[in-house]
Ligand binder design. Structure first.
Ligand code: 13P
Length: 289
């Protein structure tokens, strides 16, 4: 039994200077790929679940049922948090009710006073159940499940006020965006990151949009207080490319190559490889104890 809140694993990562991967999951293959890889590498992990992905997987309860059963099936010993990614106000309560162990309430699109009020309320409800909470100021750019952010740079004063609500981790826009980065991307704004960490009293920070951020920027962000890095698109691209290769090579037409257990296997192996690379890059291998 290894399904836990994200609080302790993030505090340890923050103190010891490494990052924990939030890998967003989409289906059975994704959950299997993450759980087996983190167990091999003895790494803690956070499974990110967007509201759209939860709906696709048959609801929050089914997500929890799948994670709990696979956790037992694979004898997972490393800490695994199940985290709502960019939760709405209503979605946060539904996921909490269904047994999620960590919640991101994304109130970044509300007027700030309302984001603050709602975050406070959600922190109280989650902490009463030992569930960790992430809050966000300054919408992250790009598009994710229909939520479109413009890539704002967070206001440090707002960061300080939101962090004071007692959230366990904090996401601030520092020029990062979801999905692929455009060729003319200016990179992460490390001055803002430093300032955000200063005004938030050393709370573990979260870097969204982990796909395609160069290794040196990831490492610098970790050294400045980032303890959780979210990765989603990169796995989807790897899964699609491996599946395309299999079909283009005509493998689905050979023997029983059309069997979904065969057809989905190259994609499964490809996402395992991306997860492995990210965990080694973030430095959370052998940090499960
Ligand atoms: P990417 O899809 O860019 O990796 O971002 C994931 C993310 O930040 C989830 O919240």
């Amino acid at each position: 039994m290894s399904v836990v809140s994200a609080r302790e694993m993030l505090l340890k990562a923050h103190k010891e200077g490494y990052g924990i991967a939030q890998i967003n999951i989409n289906n059975l293959e994704w959950i299997k790929a993450v759980l087996t890889t983190v167990e091999e590498l003895k790494s803690p992990v956070i499974l990110g679940v967007s509201e759209g992905a939860a709906k696709y997987m048959g609801g929050y309860r089914n997500v929890m049922a799948m994670v709990h059963e696979l956790d037992k099936f694979y004898n997972v010993t490393v800490p695994v948090a199940v985290h709502l990614d960019h939760g709405t106000y209503e979605g946060s309560y539904k996921a909490l009710e269904a047994g999620f162990t960590s919640i991101m309430f994304d109130g970044s699109h509300y007027p700030f006073a309302e984001n603050l009020e709602k975050t406070k309320e959600i922190v109280a409800a989650c902490h009463a159940k030992g569930v960790s909470v992430e809050a966000e100021v300054g919408a992250i750019g790009g598009e994710e499940d229909g939520v479109i952010g413009m890539g704002e740079i967070a206001d440090p004063k707002e960061c300080a006020a939101l962090a004071a609500t007692g959230v366990d981790m904090f996401a601030a826009g520092i020029g990062n965006i979801h999905g692929k980065y455009p060729a003319n991307w200016k990179g992460l704004n490390f001055e803002v990151l430093e300032e955000v960490q200063r005004v938030t009293n050393g709370i573990p920070l979260v870097l969204h949009g982990g796909t395609g951020i160069p290794e040196h920027m990831v490492k610098k962000a970790i050294s400045l207080g980032v303890s959780k890095i979210n990765v989603n698109t990169e796995l989807q691209l790897a899964f699609a490319a491996a599946t395309r290769k299999y079909i283009e090579a005509g493998k689905d037409l050979e023997g029983k190559g059309f069997d979904p257990r065969k057809l989905l296997n190259p994609g499964y192996e490809a996402i395992k490889q991306v997860i492995r690379e990210k965990i080694l890059m973030f430095g959370s291998d052998n940090k499960s104890i």
